[in-house]
Write a protein of this length. Sequence first.
Length: 361
Amino acid sequence: MPPALPPATPATLPAAPAGRPSGSATGSDFSPLLQAVRGQGLLERRHGWYAARAAVNLASLAAVITGLVLLGHSWWVLLLAVPFSLVWTRTAYLAHDAGHAQISSSRRTGRWISLTHANLLLGMSQAWWNEKHNRHHAHPNHVDKDPDVGVGALVWTQRQAADREGFARWLTRHQARLFFPMLLLEGFALKLYGFQDLRRQDPRERRAEGTLLVVHLALYASLLLTTMAPLTALVFALLHHALFGLQLGLAFAPNHKGMEMPDPDGERWGHLRRQVVTSRNVRGGSLTDWFLGGLNYQIEHHLFPNMPRPHLRLAQPLVRAHCRAVGLPYTETGLVESYRQALSHMHEVGAPLRTGPAAQE
């Protein structure tokens, strides 16, 4: 494992091309930043770092399973749903990083790391996640191209809200206050989406994905039912998946909700502007990095999706300085403020349905 790199400094950043307007959408505005990042070695893989994190995660999983065996006869075992969900969330972060080729430059190796962590350990399809997540990275916050801001249980623009009817309309009116409770269902939804996506996959991919999803369910059910009474096992599974979904939602919610959304009919943005103005970083120290899996450096992650997680923090000074040089806003808030901004946006989207004639429909 190479030694930890020192934080990059703005002085190492090549000057932006002269004569360009502030905030230009041209792709060349990104080139000096890319050159500086490569020059600092920030795109080089950190195999040892990831191997250590994976080993710690597996050891933590083994410790939780041991606890289930020891406490399974008692309702006190429900307390272990908290560390179990924490371990699962770290597992999801590793699958996410592997899907972005942060861990290995080999596509085959990255896929099997993803399959192991997502499909086998979590029961979540890596093929479904990667297909959806790659579209999000290509067009963040674009209502026609980013699946994360498409119409679903929640909506993200007042134009989307205007078309809601029945229960969906009521849901949109109150979506800000219902957002966190709804995250409790996300852990179950991720399993369902994975099985639904098998129909889209080619036969070879479907066999690997489907087999591991079924093996996960069998192992998970066997673990709970052999260590607990059936009722305790059911309650534990519900609590465990609810906490897992909540933690994932807490990690992903601050990143883009409430940030600028490109006009589908407006000017075409270059990579730099498209990724920076739609993303929000979250300030914090090592605990924030651990809890959010490095996704608190969302701007850096979107600019360099294959940058290893430990290098995102090191790249931040370079990115911040470059954004200042080209006149792009670099948004960074505290964790609580990021949630406030995201919820405020959801509240504003549903406002027309709570006031005036629309509220009576």
